[in-house]
Design a protein around this ligand. Structure first.
Ligand code: SAH
Ligand code: AVI
Length: 328
């Protein structure tokens, strides 16, 4: 059998990436309420910490989605026919392996295009996937969804994966822009496989973001460790308290870092200093939860036909197979 091929297309240079992080920190921490874009949670350490979260007993999302993929991979592959599989925010791609093997079993060699801001996650997942499945040829794109979506049209016919309920990390405005961009980048007849975490009992959701082993807290804290590493920020990491609260009215988890002691945050690349008073809170991410009764019509209004909705027996999670319809 021919050896699997791997190519990783580099995004911004390391210097530009640090500058972009510095600018985002100054902008977000000067705003009120203070916030930082979620993508900066995923440097090499952040990606590894996220994988630890997915292994905790409280974080049900990954397990349910993996089971749904296991159960329906063959049906999905048969339904879509052969495709280039593109994945946004692929991370470790542990779950994706099940789907990719269904495609290679049915159709032989498959082109897989993972997209991620975490170069470390891209490299590790590509190595592990090709070791197990030599029928894959991988062209990883190191960069943001925005950048990758501009490269999509020539890859059609495409199955675009957006798993893990990562779409929930976009707020309403970002999500609308995202779906418009996806819709504009895909061709009629292309498919999207979307994983979404559904609205449920608040205690179940809150526990998933406050695991007893402390990986969720370590993941939040790593953002500030990254500021120390890359921006020479000089923060006292022991002063950070992780807070994750589910707001049923907004159907979202809000995740914050609260500083228990006053800090001066240096942003060395920009020669800038910010003060965080005792009690200052920074929103590091949101995680929206979905109701299929609303999500289906919303996606349809944006040009996607919901062709299948796979859910678990408790309806905690859903995998939606969407088809990009014709322009009207
Ligand atoms: N899909 C995997 C990983 C989810 S974690 C799963 O379901 O388990 C979210 C992933 O998206 C991370 O690997 C992170 O690096 C990536 N990511 C977050 N924001 C991104 C952005 N704006 N552009 C590209 N990748 C992004
Ligand atoms: C990647 N994303 C879908 C995760 C979530 O559940 O929103 C990120 C996460 N943050 C803390 N725990 C998990």
């Amino acid at each position: 059998m021919t050896a699997a091929r791997v190519e990783i297309v580099q995004g911004a240079s390391p210097q530009d990436a640090v500058l972009e992080f510095a600018q985002a920190v100054v902008l977000g921490l000067s705003d009120r309420p203070r916030w930082t874009p979620a993508r900066f949670l995923y440097d090499a350490d952040g990606s590894r910490l996220f994988d630890k979260i997915t292994d905790t007993p409280e974080y049900y999302l990954t397990r349910i989605e993996a089971d749904l993929l296991e159960e329906h991979a063959t049906a999905i592959a048969r339904f879509t026919g052969p495709r280039t599989v593109v994945e946004l925010g692929s991370g470790s791609a542990r779950k994706t392996e099940r789907l990719l093997s269904a495609y290679t079993r049915h159709y032989g060699p498959v082109r897989y295009v993972p997209v991620d801001v975490s170069e470390d996650a891209l490299q590790r997942s590509a190595t592990s996937l090709t070791r197990r499945n030599p029928a894959l040829s991988i062209r990883g794109l190191h960069g943001t969804y925005d950048a990758a979506l501009q490269e999509l049209a020539p890859l059609s016919p495409v199955l675009l994966l957006f798993l893990g309920s990562t779409v929930g990390n976009l707020n309403q405005t970002e999500a609308l822009g995202f779906w418009r961009q996806v819709s504009g980048s895909l061709r009629a007849g292309d498919f999207v496989l979307l994983g979404v975490d559904l609205v449920k009992d608040a205690a179940v959701i809150e526990a998933a973001y406050n695991d007893a082993a402390g990986w969720s807290a370590a993941f939040t804290r790593n953002l500030f460790a990254r500021m120390n590493r890359e921006l020479d920020a000089g923060l006292d990491l022991d002063a950070i308290q992780h807070e994750a609260i589910y707001r049923p009215d907004w159907r979202r988890v809000e995740i914050y870092a609260r500083f228990q002691r006053r800090q001066t945050l240096n942003v060395r690349p920009l020669d800038h200093e910010l003060v965080l008073e005792t009690g200052a809170r920074i929103m590091t991410e949101i995680s929206r939860k979905f109701d299929l009764a609303d999500l289906g019509p919303y996606l349809e209004s944006l040009g996607f036909e919901v062709v299948h909705a796979f859910t678990d027996p408790r309806s905690w999670y859903a995998l939606l197979l969407l088809r990009r319809g014709r322009e009207t």
